[in-house]
Design a binder for this molecule. Structure first.
Ligand code: ADP
Ligand code: ZN
Ligand code: ZN
Length: 743
């Protein structure tokens, strides 16, 4: 029996449950509590409170909006201290029980309270008291009056104080007929190729829950397969909803336009964290009320309350952006699979470079695997070569081979892209006289030299002149965002010749401008993208052929279709080959495949050149063959030998404190608590160690790894261990990361 069916029958058998358990948005983290007992007021029908009902409850001396998450005959605390629910929000939709199933799953899996999962998933506008009809941030007099005389009436109907946030969110969304017409340049759906049709037939053949891996190189037409498949799901059932997840906000505008054009009669809801509050509330509510049947979003969209979710696509499923890095550290991809399983609907995970977890499941036959091996049209993947940096005579850190290739490409009127995954001017400023480095005072990291104004009269590259040009540069920490002016002289020894070491996108742009003065150069990274619309302007210019040379970070790697791009150069990749994090090669390979995929989209010869000190590294041999399967199988073999995920399941307990010793002491105490606990013989608990970047924003951080061959044993152990840990009322701040991505 599913959790919701159980709940319904428990509900039916309890004639009048005396208490409701309410999920509240209160800082209850680490107490292990996030559901609170409230009494059902006398004379009130039980039906007033199905799970998913929005209620106003007293909290301290104020009141809060909460969600009914369950019932109980007996409260957890002294019954005399339990206060009654004040009222029901009559104009808010009762959230679907299937959504609560997912919330409960996430709460169990990540060992957090259900309220900690549920409440942050609701747009702020709808979970603060202003949603109840009061003024923003302030409680209305109606609510106050309600404190002495509960306003809940039989049937839950409540007179509305004034237009609530829910009603405002429903006006905001125009009816489909009034919507803007689809962009004119959108083509009608192309007929599928045989390969695409084969995949679509296979997807269609499966009824109910199934996880499909769609492994296809970039440009192989995966998106087209998603769109056809989703269209069929929508056509089969008039209430069905579909969800398309993408890893980054930057990928949503183009896909949104595509979806609007493809589904002209549907509302296409968009959900991501950078939407204005009111807009997000409007879209979220349209999803919750089933008015929006097509939903596009980033990771948070997986926790939207779909009443009738019928199919899910997770595009670029390997992308680490699917993992939430604060609060409840969920993986949106994994929750999407859980949601599909609970609702018995199919899910497609698409990628050119699937995560090893997904690849492993597909190899074991748990996921159905489908491949698109060819690019659409006559597009071919670029030829890949490595240029050995050792012994090469570099100009502006570029090997002669690379400079020749860029020159030849530009000479033919084609575009070139130089990829370096490091923004700013130079990663560190140093003093050659005494060894001073621009360390961040708050973090164990260097402050990065950033140019804040363009150099007058073109590029100036004399490294030693940096200090005298101090006013045009700043030092910025990429971890805590602290900024400072560039010192005019070394703070330790007074030397005025400070050196900018290494190269970021800004400096590379400057160097290329000097090397190729007659060509048009554009840069794209997060600094550029900070100005509204700027990223789109760069991309549009690149698409329109107004740019010859593109310089940028990962931002250039994803989802763009540059027609004339014939050369890709990748710099500074070696750190990923021998990093301490065992996932670093997997990430590097995915990134390089993705960047390579930008080239050669319109046919013709194209090339990728990687500058490296280790041209013989096996990763590059797989890259040269565009052989993801070979690379992944070899990585899996290594992981099996060394006992790493996906052959082991991991959780990381992290702690932070002002002093490293305090964080370590807490973890050591936690380790001591672990021995002899249930299932602990199947679980390994490692030593507490400082994190690789131990200091962040002035806090010292340490971690302790827990691991097991069996997932169930790990979770049984964690539940028991965390309960014991919470009982010690620790005074350092700590959190648990299940399936951590960063080790
Ligand atoms: P992927 O998602 O695998 O990177 P896309 O679905 O974006 O690939 O397809 C790459 C390009 O090929 C896009 O420009 C798309 O419009 C085009 N395309 C995809 N399928 C077809 C098809 N069946 N016929 C013609 N063009 C197609
Ligand atoms: Zn010095
Ligand atoms: Zn810092």
């Amino acid at each position: 029996m599913s959790a919701s069916a159980e709940r319904t029958s428990a509900y039916a058998s309890a004639q009048r449950p005396g208490y409701v358990r309410v999920a509240l948005d209160v800082p209850a983290a680490q107490l292990g509590v996030s559901l609170f007992d409230y009494a059902v007021p006398e004379g009130c029908a039980a039906q007033t409170f199905p799970v998913g009902t929005w209620v106003v409850v007293p909290w301290g001396r104020g009141r809060r909006i909460g969600l009914v998450a369950g019932w109980s005959a007996q409260p957890d605390i002294d019954a005399a201290r339990v206060r009654p629910v004040e009222r029901v929000l009559g104009d808010a939709p009762v959230l679907p029980a299937a959504w609560f199933d997912l919330v409960e799953f996430a709460a169990r899996y990540y060992h957090r309270g259900a309220g900690e999962v549920a409440m942050p998933a609701i747009p702020k506008l709808l979970r603060t008291m202003s949603a109840a009809g009061g003024g923003a941030g302030r409680e209305s007099s109606d609510a106050r009056a309600g404190a002495s005389a509960p306003e809940v009436r039989a049937g839950g109907r409540v007179r509305r104080a004034r237009t609530s946030a829910f009603d405002r969110a429903r006006a905001r969304w125009q009816a489909p007929a009034e919507r803007v017409p689809p962009p004119a340049d959108e083509q009608p759906a192309p007929g599928l190729t045989d390969a695409q049709r084969g995949v679509l037939d296979a997807l269609r053949a499966e009824e109910g829950f199934a996880v499909h891996l769609l492994h296809g190189v970039t440009g192989s037409g995966k998106t087209e397969v998603y769109l056809h498949w989703l269209a069929e799901v929508l056509a089969r059932d008039a209430s069905a909803q579909v969800l398309l997840l993408v890893p980054e906000i930057a990928l949503t505008p183009r896909l949104h336009a595509q979806l609007v054009a493809r589904f002209p009669r549907e509302r296409v809801a968009l959900l991501h964290s950078e939407m204005a509050d009111a807009e997000r509330a409007a879209h979220w509510l349209a999803v919750a009320e089933g008015r929006a049947r097509v939903v596009l979003g980033t990771r948070l969209a997986v926790l939207a309350p779909f009443p009738a979710l019928a199919a899910i696509v997770v595009d670029e499923e390997h992308d680490s952006s699917y993992k939430q890095q604060e609060g409840v550290r969920y993986s949106a991809r994994d929750l999407a699979i859980a949601a599909a399983s609970q609702r018995r609907v199919p899910i497609v995970l698409g990628s050119a470079t699937p995560s090893l977890e997904t690849w492993f499941a597909a190899r074991r036959g748990r996921y159905r695997s489908h491949a698109l091996r060819e690019r659409i049209g006559n597009a071919v993947l670029p030829a890949v070569e490595c240029v050995d940096l050792s012994g090469a005579k570099l100009r502006h850190s570029l090997a002669p081979r690379v400079l020749e290739a860029i020159e030849a490409t530009l000479g033919r009127g084609e575009q070139a892209l130089v990829f370096v995954n490091r923004r700013g001017y130079a990663p560190v400023l140093s003093c050659a006289a005494c060894g001073w480095l621009s360390r961040c005072a708050n973090c164990s990291a260097y402050r990065v030299l950033h140019r804040i104004a363009a150099a007058p009269g073109g590029a100036a590259t004399d490294e030693r002149a940096v200090a005298s040009r101090a006013s045009r540069y700043r030092l910025v920490c990429h971890h805590c965002a602290a900024e400072q002016p560039v010192p005019r002289a070394c703070p330790d020894c007074g030397n005025v010749d400070l050196d900018a070491l290494g190269r970021g996108t800004q400096r590379l742009e400057e160097s290329l401008a000097e090397l190729f003065p007659r060509h048009r150069i554009a840069r794209l990274d997060r600094d550029v993208a900070r100005r509204r619309g700027a990223a789109q302007r760069v991309l549009d210019a690149a698409h329109a052929g107004e740019v010859d040379l593109l310089v940028g970070t990962q931002m250039l790697a994803k989802g763009h279709d540059f027609r004339r791009l014939a050369l890709v150069v990748a710099l500074d990749v070696d750190a990923g080959l021998y990093a301490a994090d065992f996932r670093a090669p997997e990430r590097l390979f995915a990134t390089l495949m993705q960047v390579a995929g930008r080239a050669g989209r319109s046919g013709g010869d194209s090339r990728m050149i990687v500058q490296t000190r280790y041209p013989g590294h096996p990763l590059f041999a797989f890259l040269a063959r565009h052989d993801y399967a070979g690379f992944a199988d070899r990585q899996l073999a290594e992981r099996r030998e060394t006992g790493l995920p996906p052959y082991r399941h991991q959780a990381m307990l992290r702690a932070e404190a002002r002093q490293l010793a305090d964080a370590l002491a807490f973890l050591e105490a936690a380790r001591a608590l672990a021995s002899g606990r249930e299932a602990s013989d199947e679980v390994s608990v490692f030593d507490a160690v400082p994190m690789s970047m131990s200091r962040l924003q002035g806090r010292e951080r340490a971690q302790l790894l827990v691991e097991s061959v069996r997932r169930a044993s790990l979770h049984r152990f964690l539940a028991d261990w965390l309960a014991a840990l919470r009982a010690t009322a620790p005074r350092v701040s700590w959190q648990l990361d299940v399936d951590p991505l960063e080790i």
